[in-house]
Design a protein around this ligand. Structure first.
Ligand code: HAX
Length: 423
């Protein structure tokens, strides 16, 4: 049915026996313990499940199937999706095959636009995106095959079918939401000659005389693809998918988590913060002034968006990739200059404040300034971009989990009384 599917069909028996062997030989080995602080503290650092699509190390950041992000920064989102799923980069023919599967499935049913156009005009674009995905759930192939009695060992195939269908539709859905929500005029039909990310850029209708916005979208939609399994969106999607809810339901659950300001919405909040700096000083401020601005911000009880991370303890390589892009493609841009200046100032301020365990920038600190430069100024839309990309990681994780027969997620909670009596 497709080269990606064939590769997975060959790989999955090996994955299953590797997991079976580990369980039988080392099933009772202890990989983590949980303290009372962790039980109250968002389970930070607790190792409790398996995710092979990517890993995040505190001092180097995102590693996709053994490849540090910055080593593969030039690959297409389609290639990274293949890599997340299989651990291999596709050759030309496998890439063409996946690209044509995505192209074949990209049409959005009309009822989606009907539903979206009935929503309040000032709905948040993330609400529109998750609504648009959810109403397409009726098309789930997994749901149909499950109801028809498909064997457990075959679940992953219709999960992948649904995942590819959903990922195929996201650029047109997101671009259509952009044009509808921000009154940009009629939707723009997909261009069959473009890759997945460039097509999204094209369908926004933004002016792109040199093709640099398409280039940025290829980078943007690649680097946001996955960040191991324990972040809010991945873990929410993982949990919901473990109940055998189909990928439409599960991805929407993950995206609803991504819509929180401490997670994916930070890219919107971050640009708001940077524009606040620009407005406050009427141009690019001096370092001392920006430091004072950050102190006033922190002292008013707010977090500096785009800085800090639950796992990372270094500048996020995804941030580094965006800053490199800006340095190479953007000259004399005040908003990007403020982002660069904040990078020089904020880590020192956060270190002096002494609260944040990681004073360094995360993925969200620079991306908005680039989008803004290319005319995508409606920052409420930014988390939708993150979502289009992150759906790839969520889908890859759920395909592998179903292939391995991972059971329903159900950790044990304890009561405060239990803690007082048993610790
Ligand atoms: N500014 C100010 N204070 C910060 C901070 C920041 N950027 N980052 C952390 N802190 C504070 C926390 O609020 C916490 O304060 P309290 O003790 O008063 O509650 C303290 O430092 C310890 O927090 P931590 O252990 O370092 O961080 P957490 O693991 O709890 O949280 C967050 C990680 C990313 C949520 C946090 O750093 C934050 O709020 N950052 C700003 C928002 C942001 O950029 N989010 C996007 C993260 C990347 C991502 O997921 N993108 O999708």
């Amino acid at each position: 049915m497709g080269q990606l599917q064939d590769t997975l069909r060959q790989q999955i028996p090996g994955l299953q026996s590797r997991a079976k062997e580990l369980i039988s030989e080392k099933g009772s080995a202890v990989i983590s313990e949980v303290t009372v602080s962790q039980a109250y503290g968002g389970m930070r650092g607790v190792r409790g499940f398996v995710c092979d699509t990517s890993s995040v190390s505190a001092d180097t950041g995102l590693i996709i199937r053994g490849k540090p992000l910055l080593d593969i920064i030039d690959i297409l989102p389609e290639e990274v999706f293949y890599l997340l799923l299989t651990g291999e980069l596709p050759d030309e023919s496998a890439l063409n095959d996946l690209s044509s599967q995505l192209r074949d499935k990209q049409a959005i049913p009309d009822y989606v636009w009907d539903v979206l156009s009935a929503m309040p005009k000032d709905s948040h674009p993330m609400t529109m995106l998750t609504t648009g995905i959810l109403v397409m759930q009726e098309a789930s192939e997994f749901k149909k095959q499950f109801n028809a009695g498909i064997k457990k060992s075959e679940y992953w195939e219709p999960i992948l079918f649904d995942g590819i269908s959903l990922i195929a539709r996201l650029p047109a859905l997101a671009a259509g939401i952009y044009r509808m929500r921000f009154e940009k005029g009629e939707r723009i039909e997909p261009n069959p000659d473009l890759d997945w990310a460039s097509n999204f850029a094209y369908m926004t209708g933004l002016d792109d005389p040199n093709g640099d916005f398409q280039k940025l979208m290829r980078l943007y939609l690649m680097v946001h693809c996955d960040h191991e399994g324990g972040n809010v969106s991945a873990f929410a999607a993982h949990t919901v998918a473990s109940a055998l809810s189909d990928p439409y339901y599960a991805v929407v659950s993950g995206l609803n988590g991504l819509a929180g300001p401490l997670h994916g919405l930070a890219n919107q909040e971050c640009l708001k913060f940077v524009l606040g700096v620009k407005n406050h000083f009427s141009n690019v401020p001096a370092k001392d002034d920006i430091a004072q601005y950050c102190w006033d911000w922190l002292n008013s009880g707010r977090v500096v968006p785009g800085y800090g991370h639950a796992v990372l303890r270094c500048p996020d390589p995804r941030f580094v990739a965006f800053v490199d892009f800006g340095k190479n493609h953007i000259k004399n841009d005040d908003v990007f200059s403020i982002v660069e200046l904040l990078y020089e100032v904020v880590p020192g301020v956060l270190q002096e404040q002494g609260k944040a365990k990681n004073p360094w920038p995360n993925v969200d600190a620079a991306s908005g300034s680039l989008l803004y430069h290319y005319g995508l100024k409606e920052f409420k839309f930014y988390t939708v971009l993150f979502s289009i990309s992150r759906a790839m990681g969520m889908v890859a994780q759920m395909v592998i989990n179903r292939a391995l027969g991972v059971p329903i997620t159900r950790p044990k909670s304890v009561t405060t009384d239990w803690l007082e009596e048993n610790t």
